[in-house]
Design a protein around this ligand. Structure first.
Ligand code: SF4
Length: 200
């Protein structure tokens, strides 16, 4: 049988920022209809690698910000596609079909926010044998958050990171108290890295 050539081939991807090597030796291929998943601890470079592969450029990010500001000024809050050169209005229908076959939505608890109805995914019944929540006793696992951390308020837009009393003092990227300070794309880490705003 004739082997189809991969639609995406990544060979020995390496990324460095200045002299610091962020990613080294990432290689994989994806064929038609295949879905890949990058796994790794927070901050290991997954988003950086995807950005590098997908071609998010600073202009794409600026366009997203421009549209978000327009929505803010016009009192709108809706989903817009600011990346039409790569993302079609219907999205990846093959991936959507696979996700729909395997998963269904369920209520999920979000760190710092609480339970949001229908905000999570769980495996459908035919895939129950692979469901870790059913196979293992993980129901009682609780993540203890710092009592000082106001990540929920930051994530919901009630305060800016600089309005958290721990920001830049007891909470920094080297010694984070909450998730938004851990990875570089987190709101608190971004505030710390780029603006270091004093509390308002
Ligand atoms: S600055 Fe730190 S403690 Fe404050 S909300 Fe952000 S992550 Fe939590």
């Amino acid at each position: 049988m004739k082997q189809e050539s991969p639609l995406l081939q990544v060979a020995n991807l390496a990324i460095a920022i200045g002299k610091e090597e962020i990613i080294r030796g990432v290689s994989f291929t994806l064929g038609k209809g295949e879905i890949g998943c990058l796994l790794g601890p927070s901050g290991c470079g997954k988003t950086t690698a995807l950005r590098c592969i997908a071609g998010f450029e600073p202009l794409d990010v600026l366009e997203g910000i421009r549209r978000a500001i327009h929505q803010l000024e016009e009192g709108r809050a809706e989903l817009e596609n600011a990346y039409p050169r790569a993302v079609s209005p219907d999205g990846n229908t093959v991936a959507q079909g696979v996700v729909d076959e395997v998963f269904t939505t369920c209520d999920r608890a979000w760190r710092g926010i609480g339970v949001i109805p229908d905000s999570g995914w769980r495996l459908r019944e035919p895939y129950a044998a692979f469901d870790a929540e059913l196979r293992f006793d993980v129901g009682g696992i609780v993540t203890t958050e710092s009592a000082e951390c106001r990540a929920g308020d930051v994530l919901q837009g009630w305060i800016t990171p600089a309005q958290c009393a721990a920001f830049g003092q007891r909470c920094t990227p080297r010694s984070p108290l909450g998730a938004p300070m851990v990875s570089s794309e987190g709101a608190c880490a971004a505030y710390y890295q780029f603006r270091r705003l004093a509390p308002a």
